[in-house]
Design a protein around this ligand. Structure first.
Ligand SMILES: *Cc1c(COP(=O)(O)O)cnc(C)c1O
Length: 432
């Protein structure tokens, strides 16, 4: 590894790591906490090279992945790890909109992101590309499930050694979706916050690249692409309102940063975008602070089916709070039954099977509309961040069952008649 590969190249836009609290600047190495005030470090850029020069056409001529926005991301290489991550569909959701009473509703569908069907592929593609630039040969993460899937898959592709840490009570699909790539998997008997604390200690002693710990400043920048893509896919325009799930709060703050950067370099016109966040009631420290008018987060012990967003002590919680407040958005929470209903509603109206985080977001959307907090005329984008095939336990017992029949026409006809009778009786699976 040469020194030049570690530092930003002269043409690169990313310049330093900068403390979000005190503004102290650091070299572009693997570090996430300020040595003076313990604030979080963020990547600082010099966009003067792009301002007024970077064109929409240049971006559109780039790869059909997050790497079309490479000049806005903290990597120096011309050959980033590209598994086709990003550029997921932005779908106009007409049937869901009609059901809710909205006029202009869009779904950003990261349930079909590549390679592991969640938005985490964005952050990991950036983190592991940077990890290679910094000379790491072993990568790791503290995960609620999706991050482990993504880190293991993309590390396999890049030929990096991988060891991931997860809480031991994760859904079967999340565990298998990691094991298949043959990393070392540590199932920790504890919740995510305990996993994260353990990983901070390991990061200090082992010299590994933890995507969401010492590489966090680079990792988190990957979420900006959720902002860039929506702006591009809306025809180079910002929406009026976005609704997104909150775990650590990082993704939410980076969508905001992505929109601001596109305005800054002149790719889209400025506009006031409202930012609303979704949490599960069983783990809603940010929503509670929002509702109680507090500007600090009181950590909670998670208990919800929405495990992928169950972070009791969210690292970027206060920044998410601040964005929701200053943009005139909302932060709401919903209970587990509402989350299941949200998953089903999205599936039945739009043909998208999302996981519990997506169910949370849809249920919060519904709650905000019912409370008059979303104007039907607003162009609203809902971020669906993960895939339902990974959390099948959540809907087990809340969907219908196949009609088992003999391989004979009359058996089929009888079953069809029976199912129509059930429909006439307005049969619904019971939600408990
Ligand atoms: C990790 C995750 C989130 C939230 O991420 P943060 O950036 O920590 O807020 C949302 N949805 C899904 C499916 C996730 O896996």
């Amino acid at each position: 590894m040469t020194l030049a590969s570690v530092a930003a190249t002269p043409t690169a836009t990313f310049q330093a790591l900068k403390c979000k609290e005190c503004g102290a600047e650091y070299e572009l190495k693997a570090q996430h906490v300020c040595e003076y005030c313990f604030g979080p470090l963020e990547v600082a850029y010099d966009f003067s090279k792009l301002r007024g020069r970077m064109t929409r056409e240049q971006i559109q001529a780039g790869p059909n992945s997050i790497w079309r926005y490479r000049d806005f991301l903290p990597v120096a290489t011309d050959n980033p790890i590209d598994m086709g991550t990003g550029m997921t569909p932005l779908l106009q959701a007409k049937r869901l909109a009609r059901r809710l009473g909205l006029k202009h509703l869009y779904i950003k569908n990261d349930a079909v992101n590549m390679p592991t069907l969640s938005f985490k592929d964005r952050v990991v593609s950036v983190a592991l590309t940077r990890a290679q630039e910094l000379g790491f040969t072993t990568v790791s993460c503290a995960s609620t499930g999706n991050l482990a899937n993504s880190t293991a898959a993309i590390a396999a592709r890049a030929g990096l050694d991988c060891c991931v840490f997860i809480p031991s009570d994760l859904e079967a699909g999340k565990v298998m979706g990691t094991l298949i790539y043959a990393p070392t998997v540590m199932a920790v008997e504890g919740n995510y916050d305990q996993v994260n604390r353990l990983c901070s200690e390991v990061a200090n002693t082992h010299g590994w690249g933890f995507v969401n710990i010492n590489l966090r400043p680079y990792y988190s920048e990957g979420s900006k692409t959720l902002g860039y893509e929506v702006a591009e896919q809306l025809g180079w325009e910002l929406p009026d309102h976005i609704v997104a799930p909150l775990a650590s709060g990082s993704l939410f703050t980076k969508i905001y940063k992505g929109f601001r950067e596109f305005v800054d370099v002149g790719l889209v016109a400025d506009k006031a975008v409202r930012f609303s966040g979704a949490q599960a009631e069983g783990c809603s420290p940010i929503a509670q602070a929002y509702q109680e008018g507090r500007d600090f987060i009181s950590p909670v012990k998670p208990s919800t089916i929405a495990k992928s967003i169950a972070i009791g002590n969210p690292a970027d919680g206060v920044y998410a709070l601040d964005i929701a407040r200053k943009t005139n958005g909302q932060i709401e929470s919903v209970n587990d039954a509402e989350i299941v209903a949200g998953i089903k509603l999205l599936a039945e109206t739009e043909g998208i099977f999302t996981e519990t985080a997506g169910g949370t977001t849809i249920a919060v959307l519904q709650k905000l509309v019912a409370a008059g907090k979303i104007d039907p005329d607003e162009k609203t984008v809902v971020y669906i961040t993960g895939n339902g095939l990974k959390t099948q336990e959540a809907v087990q017992g809340y969907v219908g069952e196949p009609l088992t029949i003999e391989p004979k026409l009359d058996s089929f006809e009888r079953a069809l008649e029976r199912s129509r009778t059930l429909e006439r009786l307005d049969w619904q699976p019971v939600l408990v």
